[in-house]
Write a protein that binds this ligand. Structure first.
Ligand code: BDR
Ligand code: CA
Length: 303
């Protein structure tokens, strides 16, 4: 099994990624860490603990950064609801987060692991940047970082920037400069990772997880389910389990931190015009039918 640490800001599509990380037989989810992003870190932590309790999952959780490295948090409550997981009434969780902050908990887990661990980051990259800054010696214990963020084209938060990168551009710049093996699942593929309204309508008939996810999906993006829903964060787990669904391009990626209009933009040098060494594998194409088949298979394994 692939040992995995998941850094997340649930978040409705984060909940779907967490389900896949917990129930994909190929993966061994060892730690969940939370970050401020879609909503405050107190809320993302509560949401993640409620989800872990819902799934009766015995995975430790550490709370992470409350704000981006240098900027105030701008959240996405308009997309995910004030709570971050609008639409379903979870029972209050009885769980405790670890007492160490996320970046330290990740370090502890990496150092204790007999084999390199895969990091999956599906929120702003604040915790990962803190880890790499405070504990650069950890890099050797990271097999790869698979992240949802960025875009080779248009953005979804500003005209050119995607939310997770735009919220903490300095953290993202630090991560892309780090020399880690990076797989970037940006909007180029996540906009294709759409679950159809017909498929979503079958979820309540599946099991308790399907009922819960359907309730969340009914509130995602203000409930605009008619055109289907983009499963941004789920693409990272899909890549780990079924890499053959993705077409990757190895190239140089920089994160703009200065631009008047472009802060948080990932500059993806597909044609190698900047003459810089490649630092990321950027997912550019997705086998959509294969993705949907995998989602159905994966959901059938949830309780
Ligand atoms: C990303 O932004 C968040 O709202 C989602 O959870 C996802 O991680 C998509 O741009
Ligand atoms: Ca997210």
């Amino acid at each position: 099994k692939i040992p995995v640490i998941l850094d997340t800001d649930p978040g409705i599509d984060d909940a779907m990624a967490l389900a896949a990380a917990l129930f994909s037989p190929q993966l061994d989810l060892q730690l969940v860490t939370t970050v401020a992003g879609n909503v405050s870190v107190e809320k993302t932590t509560r949401n993640a603990l409620q989800l872990l309790q819902f799934w009766n999952a015995d995975v430790p959780l550490a709370q992470g950064a409350a704000a981006p490295l240098l900027r105030p948090l701008r959240d996405a409550a308009s997309v995910h609801g004030e709570s971050g997981l609008a639409g379903y009434d979870f029972i209050d969780h009885q769980r405790q987060a670890l007492t160490t902050p996320a970046f330290q908990a990740i370090r502890d887990r990496l150092m204790a692991s007999p084999e390199p661990v895969t990091l999956v980051a599906i929120g702003p990259l604040t915790n990962i940047a803190l880890l790499l800054t405070h504990y650069p010696e950890c890099a050797f214990a990271i097999r790869q970082l698979v992240l949802m963020g960025g875009s080779a084209g248009r953005g979804n938060f500003t005209p050119t920037a995607e939310f997770n990168i735009a919220i903490d551009p300095e953290a993202a710049a630090c991560v892309f400069r780090s020399g880690l093996e990076i797989v970037m699942c940006g909007l180029d593929v996540t906009h294709k990772a759409v679950l159809t309204p017909d498929f979503i309508a079958t979820l309540p008939g599946l099991n308790a997880s399907g009922t819960m996810l359907h309730a969340l999906f009914s509130h995602y993006r203000g409930g605009s389910m008619t055109t289907g829903l983009r499963m941004h964060d789920l693409c990272t787990i899909a890549y780990l389990v079924k890499p053959e669904l993705f077409t990757l391009h190895h190239c140089f990626v920089a994160v703009e931190t200065q631009g008047e209009f472009t802060a948080g933009t990932t500059v993806v040098d597909i044609e190698g015009r900047l003459g810089r060494a490649p630092n990321a594998r950027v997912a550019l194409e997705l086998d959509v039918e294969g993705f949907r088949a995998w989602v159905a298979e994966m959901l059938a394994l949830t309780p």
